[in-house]
Structure formats: C-alpha cells, structure tokens
Ligand binder design. Structure first.
Ligand SMILES: *Cc1c(COP(=O)(O)O)cnc(C)c1O
Length: 493
C-alpha cells in the first residue's frame, strides 16, 4: 500500500510513497504529513478470527493488511520486543474497574508510558530499513518527558542510527530525567535545554527545516529524521491496540460481537486517538471516540465548535504535562480523512498564517459524528486519583482526565474503555499530593517510597534502579548552542 500527502503534492516529492519512504522522510509537501492512500479492507470476521490470537499475531496481521514494504522477518523481530513487556502474552491488559468501565493499561513497557507501545517496534523497523539501504540517520527527538526515554530506549545501540534528544531542563519529572540521562548507548546524545518544552520543540523544528544543518550532516553521510508522532511509523502501531480493546472485552464476555463501545483517550498530539479513528474505520465497532484534555483545552474547543484558535493563547503547565499542547499535529490526518487534501491545505495554511482556522457547520457536524471532547483541571484529576485509590486502583494524572469524559460525554449506556497512558511511578509527586490532599513539594524518590509502602503498590525494578544508576549525559545548554552541540556529537561518534 502506498502513502499520500495530507496537503497534496508539490511536484517535487513523489506523488505516492512507500511506507519506508514515509517513515524515513516524514515531512511531506507543503509541510504536510503522510497518510495511507486508503485504509486496508480486512477479511470478513477479522475481529472474531483474532479472538484467541496473541497480541503479536494480531499486530502482524494488521501490518500485513497495510501491505508495508518491510520483510516479514523484520516485522517479526520488531514485534518480538513486546516480549519485554511485563506480561509477554498480554502487553497491554484491559482491566475492569467499574461495571461498564475498563482501563486499558498502555504502560507496561520498558519506560512505563504508552510511547513504548509504538516506539519499541518502530525503532527496530527504522533501523532495519536504514541498514538495508546502507544509510545513516540522525533521529531528532524533543520531549516533554515520555517520548525521550522511549526513543532512547528503542534506538540504543541500533545500527545506522544516532539519536539527539532535547528535553527542557527542570521541566520533566525526576524519573523521566533519570530515564534519559542514565541511558548509555554510544549512539545517543541527551541534551538539556535552558527553556521549556516549546523551546525544545521549536529548536527541533528549525533544525529539521534547516538546509545548512542538513548539508552539514550530509557531509558526514548522515540523513535527518524525526521520531515524534508525525511519523506514520508510530501511528501504524497505535491502531493495533484499539482492536485489542475490543477483543479483550469480547474475551472477557463483557460484550457480544457487534456491540459498540466507547473509547476515551487522554490526548495531546492526537496520535493515540487517531489510531482509534483508523481502527473504527477499519471495522472495530466503536460508538464514539471521547477525547480528554487538561486545561490546555484546544482540542475540546476544536471538536465542540469547529474552530481551532490559538491566537494569544499561552501553554499552561499542568500536572498532566504530556497533554500540554497548543498545536496538535495529528488532527491534520483526521481533517484529511474527512475533507480531503485541498481543504486540509487551506485550513493548515490558515492556522500557520493566522493562528486560527474555522471549519463550516457541516464539516463540524461530520467531525462530531466520530469525536466528542471535554477538558478538566488539575484539581479534578487529583480528586479522581484519590477516589480511585480508595477503591484500590492506582492511576496517573493523565489517566485521571479520562473520567471527566466518562461522566460527561456518554450518550448511550455502552461499555467504555479508557486509556491509561502512563504508570503512576512517572508522576509520583502529583499522585502523592492527591492522596494526601496537599501541595507539598515531594521529590520523586520520597513520593515513590511513601506510595509504595503505604499502599503496597508495585515499584518496577527499572524505576528503583534509576536512583543509583550512573549518569551518562550532563549537557545543559542554551538554545543557541543546540546545533553546534549536535554537530560535535556526530563528529565524535
Ligand atoms: C504522549 C502522551 C499522551 C498524549 O498522546 P497523544 O498521542 O500525543 O495524543 C498522553 N499521556 C501520556 C502519559 C503521554 O505520554
């Protein structure tokens, strides 16, 4: 299957691209993104036929339906990485917490957040393509805290790949920072930026667009790519687990085949819920996708009004930082699916030029057939964390935003799966503040120890080890020096 561009073709880039091309060169004409030309049509009874299959078998068959240009042996090697999750037979368990409510735990991978679900296999595939083509790539990543650790973990010591990871110094949790600065592959460079996540992300975007930087890399025989969720190589792995949600409810005899369900997804860049949208369009019986946001409520506004307006808006720093967003990259793929390339280009140009786009009433209605949205604030999240732990279930602040959608957005009495995108261990000070109903400044270490002993909560060995691990990266630099720091790293490696 080939890939096309969300904003149409500029006459220079290929009109249709292979999967390998789309993931090695993720930026398409006019600043657009790659999307599958059409979604695969699955065999009749695909879902029922996979009721007793493993996660890896399900994943393999979905990837196969996309007819991607990757050897089967490489696909299998990539999928084998799910064996390193807590339970190799069930890498992302779906757990019942109330009569009609289920939590899909996406954080059982090596870095304890949902980014592993896609980045683990993606890293393996990307490295195998680079090797096959005998090309070297520098992967840039900017992170607010979860993408960085997941990208470093997956690319560590991979052939033909180097990674430069930018994080805002002081802007991540201790655990997230340690997960990055203790990572030890020779091909990895971790750089703290004096600034916030926006600064890190802007620096990354300007490097990706810089011809002089690309030329400099080219002299060393290195090409540039990115590991954020504009890369379809991540999105494709985020379709699979939405099938898994449905199959798990079937297996647990909570639904009968054909019965619709709601999915609730705590959202930022819209990659997770986009996977749900594709899964729905490929035949998973989903009533609606419910989008949860925090106080950065841009997605709620867009879905409720058809207007995406970031004029004069500042990013708010919340207790669910992975959802702190103004420009959400993957809404573009939904817009393309619903209204086509020409309209996508119009709306995205408006957003770039004027910081606002406005859809028509008909367009908005069409969007609302698939999505509903609501946002909540930190106080709400902290109240939810406490309420659920009182009932014996420990969740992180991102997961907690989903409960607002569960309370407000369901129009029908249907079974509902909400996505838990991070383990509590990555945000333990916030969790402890919620439990103690205070705003004491705890270190991650204090909070982890207190919660695990008081509530008998499991602390993974990988988290415990962080506090005694050797620190391998200590660069903290000004934004102006990012390019030279990366060039230095390339030359030395
Ligand atoms: C990345 C992330 C999100 C947001 O996911 P998107 O695909 O960007 O919408 C939500 N929660 C956590 C914990 C994350 O790491």
């Amino acid at each position: 299957m080939n890939f096309v561009e969300t904003r149409g073709n500029d006459g220079v880039k290929p009109v249709e691209a292979t999967f390998s091309h789309a993931i090695l060169n993720p930026s398409a004409s006019f600043g657009g993104l790659y999307v599958p030309k059409e979604l695969p049509v699955l065999e009749e009874n695909f879902i029922l036929n996979h009721k007793d299959k493993s996660y890896k078998e399900l994943a393999f068959d979905i990837l196969k339906a996309f007819e991607i240009d990757i050897d089967e042996s490489e696909i299998n090697k990539a999928l084998d990485l799910y064996d390193n999750f807590d339970d190799k037979n069930n890498p992302c368990p779906v757990v019942k917490v109330k009569n009609d409510l289920f939590v899909h735990e996406q954080y059982h991978g090596p870095t304890r957040a949902f980014k592993d679900m896609a980045l683990q296999p993606f890293g393996s595939i990307l490295s195998s393509i680079a090797k096959k083509r005998d090309e070297k790539y520098l992967i840039l990543a900017a992170t607010s805290g979860d993408t960085g650790p997941a990208a470093l973990n997956t690319f560590k010591n991979k052939e033909n790949i180097q990674v430069a990871c930018l994080y805002p110094d002081g802007g991540t949790s201790d655990v997230q920072k340690l997960q990055m600065v203790c990572e030890d592959g020779k091909n990895l460079k971790v750089i703290g930026i004096k600034g916030n996540f926006d600064d890190a992300q802007s620096a990354l975007k300007s490097l990706l667009a810089s011809d002089s930087f690309k030329e400099e890399l080219q002299n060393d025989g290195i090409k540039l790519s990115a590991a954020n969720s504009v890369n379809f190589g991540r999105i494709i792995f985020q379709i699979i687990y939405h099938f898994w949600s449905y199959i798990q409810l079937l297996k647990q005899e909570e639904i009968t085949f054909g019965e619709k369900i709601y999915l609730i997804v705590p959202s930022g860049n819209f990659g997770n819920v986009l996977g749900g949208f594709y899964a729905q369009n490929m035949g998973v019986p989903i009533e609606k996708l419910l989008v949860a946001s925090n106080e950065n409520n841009i997605l709620t506004q867009w879905i409720n009004t058809g207007i995406y307006d970031i004029r004069g808006k500042d990013l708010k720093l919340t207790k669910s930082p992975a959802m702190d967003i103004l420009k959400s990259s993957n809404i573009e793929r939904v817009i393309y699916s619903l209204y086509g390339a020409q309209r996508t280009k119009e709306l995205m140009t408006d957003l770039n030029d004027n910081n606002i786009f406005t859809m028509t009433e008909d367009e908005t209605k069409k969007l609302q057939k698939y999505f509903s949205a609501v946002n909540s604030d930190d106080n709400y999240g902290q109240k939810i964390i406490k309420e659920f732990l009182d009932e014996g279930y420990l969740m992180d602040p991102h997961t907690a935003t989903c409960l607002k959608a569960y309370e407000n957005l369901k129009e029908k009495n249907l079974k509902t799966v909400l996505y838990s995108t991070a383990e509590w261990t990555k945000f333990s000070p916030t969790v402890l503040n919620s439990l103690n109903n205070n705003d004491t400044k705890y270190s991650d270490k204090e909070a982890l120890d207190e919660i695990s002993s008081k509530y008998n909560a499991n602390l993974p060995q990988s988290i415990k080890d962080l506090f005694t691990a050797k620190i391998n990266h200590d660069s903290i630099i000004d934004k102006e020096n990012i390019e030279s720091e990366i060039v230095k790293f390339i030359r030395e490696a």
